[in-house]
Design a protein around this ligand. Structure first.
Ligand code: ADP
Length: 244
């Protein structure tokens, strides 16, 4: 599965917020989208999801979207009266026929999604009773239940505690083995450093794209983020960038 944006430009009214952005997401790849506030990350993600149409350029995806792609907004609106199980079951809708009959495969995928996101324990609770982090995991479970080939995530870790942040990364690693491609907007450059590739957006321009070592360069990041940063080496040899 390949997803490609070619020379995508986008304006809200008169204000151009993306300038000829081209990038490609390969099969079984995690791409982190980074950049300061207002750089155009969310807009680009929505364009990749087909929710916004670029004024020029195009996004190419080979197959129909519903079964292939799942998009998760920063705060995904979930129906408050629904139980967690009901919400996750909604993820199977694109796979069901006109009458919406649920099959054994549907049940299995729902079960798996609940387990992988650690939400099975409160499957019967109503959405309105959940914390922000729990709700975020439920939204992720619904997305996984769709069995997408491309998963587009806007700040998927912003409500998650540390344990669930690492779990999310482990989960994505696991899903990658079956070919899942992920584009995720992240603020945390430590998380970005664990992606396969990183795309740095700055004022609507794709400033850089490449593997984490290539993109997480102090001089370029300090220029783009307008702040002092520091580079550290982890015990397993990865490089992380943190504010100084
Ligand atoms: P990021 O996700 O990197 O913070 P966004 O894609 O959300 O950036 O926004 C890029 C620019 O577009 C910002 O200047 C923002 O103010 C503007 N923008 C975002 N959404 C809208 C909108 N619906 N209408 C007008 N301007 C918008």
């Amino acid at each position: 599965m390949r997803l490609e944006a070619r020379e995508v430009s986008f304006a809200y009214g008169q204000k151009t917020v993306l300038h000829q952005v081209s990038l490609e997401i390969g099969r079984a790849e995690v791409l982190a989208l980074i950049g300061p506030n207002g750089a155009g990350k969310t807009t680009l993600l929505k364009i990749l999801a087909g929710l916004l149409r670029p004024q020029t350029g195009r996004v190419q995806l080979l197959e129909p979207r519903a079964k292939r792609m799942a998009y998760l907004a920063q705060s995904e609106p979930l129906p408050p009266e629904f139980t967690v199980l009901e919400v996750v079951s909604l993820g199977r809708l694109p796979h069901q026929g006109f009458l919406g009959a649920s099959t054994k495969a549907d049940q299995q995928q729902i079960e798996l999604a609940l387990e992988r996101t650690d939400t099975k324990q409160f499957a019967n609770r109503r959405v309105q009773e959940l914390s922000g982090g729990e709700a975020q995991r439920v939204a992720l479970a619904r997305a996984l239940a769709q069995q997408p080939e491309v998963l587009l995530l806007d700040e998927p870790t912003n409500h998650l505690d540390l344990a669930h942040q690492s779990e999310l990364l482990r989960l994505l690693e696991q899903e990658k083995k079956s070919g899942l491609s992920v584009v995720m907007v992240v603020h945390d450059l430590v998380l970005a450093g664990r992606a396969d590739r990183v795309a740095l957006l700055h004022q609507g321009h794709l400033e850089r794209i490449g593997n984490p070592e290539e993109v997480l360069e102090l001089n370029i990041l300090e220029k783009v983020y307008q702040t002092k940063l520091e580079k550290l080496q982890t015990s397993d040899g990865r490089t992380v960038v943190i504010p100084k």
